[in-house]
Design a protein around this ligand. Structure first.
Ligand SMILES: Cc1cc2nc3c(=O)[nH]c(=O)nc-3n(C[C@H](O)[C@H](O)[C@H](O)COP(=O)(O)OP(=O)(O)OC[C@H]3O[C@@H](n4cnc5c(N)ncnc54)[C@H](O)[C@@H]3O)c2cc1C
Length: 428
């Protein structure tokens, strides 16, 4: 019997350590120096605070925990990673502190999987050590959901590739040392200071970048020529499930806050938690978070036992389900907090604002729903004639064949079957 929801005690110890470390070290750091940990050009004053913490994380074998052992990480696999991300996702700076921050994670994953030894030595090792930072340039201004609309191209000219195009919403592009640029004919690694890379003023966090006659050596192509879509799928598949894992942490935080508040206030003669509509909010949130969690863990288990590609339908389902559960749970929590909920004095507003972002980033929900529906429908075929397979009169007719011998031997049994069928017809 292989079904099991338990965590082995050794790994539970790691989880407990991470939970305590995040509560005692990470949370105070991000409350007192908001965003500072995530800033890529790190202030030496911050480095003095952050480096000793990262040394502790490395000593526990928890650095770059998304990478398999053969790719240079601890090789936890996705289920263990999910359990860790359920803790880290509560703290915005935790992924950076643990060396598993987006967009570097996805870039490291494709570098590790498709890079040559030389490319890994040049870029993967410094990325893992946070000595350099990266960005991922895929979306284009004319439309992000449909890769067939992308036009950025690299043309070979002697010993160089010449890239021309325009990209939109490249997260942290202006702070990156290298940018992974998805062209129609492959993914290219472009140092940000290469002549022809122009970063527009707006937006500030997710950059609009124009690439004009950007020249990179031939060995800056990552993976095979024309491999752009395969590499992008590999990269985004991992990213989506990791976001979903961290969303569970956000949902749980909103839920914890909702429950505490519901028990702490009174209205119309009883504590708010005793009002049935508040209880409905608690009960629905409890069930939805656990449904999301089981979906994510099942998907993580599927990846561990097959591959990201095999789990594509499940990953797509996690992507939009996480956004929906985060939206619904954070909304209910805000509502139960009343006026305080709509201020920025609790983390709830930021969680609620994060839901539409989750619905758009890494591919809009609609596209993932189409993927799920299409793949699921492949397992079905149309019925013949007017009636569905589960048309009861036809099912009964087929079922009677099983009793043909018994009916032949005993006409009373036929009469009894007819009688029972007539009773059903009369609504009994
Ligand atoms: C926080 C954040 C970070 C991001 N980081 C990066 C990054 O680092 N690098 C990068 O390259 N990109 C990044 N993106 C961009 C992201 O990949 C795109 O925003 C996304 O693919 C959607 O593209 P779009 O914004 O052009 O929306 P559009 O493609 O214009 O879609 C807009 C809307 O049209 C509708 N729609 C579109 N297609 C369909 C369809 N097939 N069926 C039904 N309805 C549809 C949906 O309602 C959708 O929300 C990021 C986005 C966000 C929000």
């Amino acid at each position: 019997m292989a079904w099991d929801f338990s965590t082995d005690p050794e790994f539970q110890e790691q989880l407990d350590w991470v939970a305590a470390f995040c509560r005692d070290e990470v949370e105070p750091l991000e409350l007192v120096f908001p965003y500072a940990v995530r800033l890529r050009a790190r202030d030496p004053k911050m480095a003095a605070l952050v480096d000793p913490l990262q040394d502790q994380i490395k000593a526990r074998g928890l650095w770059a925990l998304f990478l398999d052992e053969d790719l240079g990480g601890p090789g936890f696999g996705q289920v263990k990673l999910a359990l860790l991300n359920e803790i880290l996702g509560r703290y915005s700076s935790a992924p950076s502190l643990f060396g598993c921050q987006a967009p570097d994670t996805g870039n490291m994953e494709i570098l590790a999987a498709y890079g040559t030894e030389e490319q890994k030595a040049r870029w993967l090792v410094p990325l893992m050590n946070q000595e350099i930072w990266s960005a991922y340039s895929m979306t284009e201004p004319q439309g992000g959901s449909d890769p067939n609309l992308f036009v950025t191209t690299a043309v070979r000219d002697g010993e160089e590739w010449v890239i021309n195009g325009e990209k939109w919403f490249t997260s942290a592009g202006r702070h990156a040392d290298i940018i992974f640029v998805m062209c129609t004919n492959g993914i290219f690694i472009v140092p940000r200071d290469t002549p022809g890379v122009e970063i527009m003023d707006r937006p500030r966090t997710h950059d609009h970048i124009v690439y004009t006659d950007v020249r990179v050596p031939l060995d800056h192509l990552l993976g095979p020529e024309d491999g752009a879509k395969v590499l992008a799928q590999r990269r985004l598949g991992g990213g989506r499930i990791h976001h979903a894992m961290r969303a569970i942490a956000q949902c749980r935080r909103a839920f914890d806050m909702m429950c505490e508040r519901a028990l702490s206030r009174e209205s119309h003669g009883k504590v708010i938690a005793d009002h049935q509509m508040v209880q409905e909010a608690v009960a629905d949130s409890y069930a939805e978070i656990n449904m999301l969690r089981l979906l994510v863990l099942w998907t993580a288990w599927t990846i561990d036992n097959s591959s990201t590609a095999e789990a594509r339908t499940q990953i797509a389902a996690c992507k939009y389900t996480a956004a929906k559960v985060l939206k619904d749970v954070s909304y209910r929590a805000i509502h139960i907090f009343g006026s305080l909920g709509v201020t920025d004095l609790t983390p709830l507003q930021a969680m609620w604002a994060g839901a539409p972002t989750m619905s758009v980033m890494d591919g809009v929900d609609e596209v993932h729903k189409v993927t799920v529906a299409r793949n699921v429908l492949k397992g079905y075929s149309p019925h013949e004639g007017y009636w569905p397979t589960d048309y009861l009169p036809a099912m009964r007719e087929r079922a009677r064949e099983k009793f043909a011998d018994a009916f032949a031997a005993d006409p009373a049994l036929v009469e009894y079957a007819d009688y029972m069928e007539r009773r059903i017809g009369r609504g009994h």
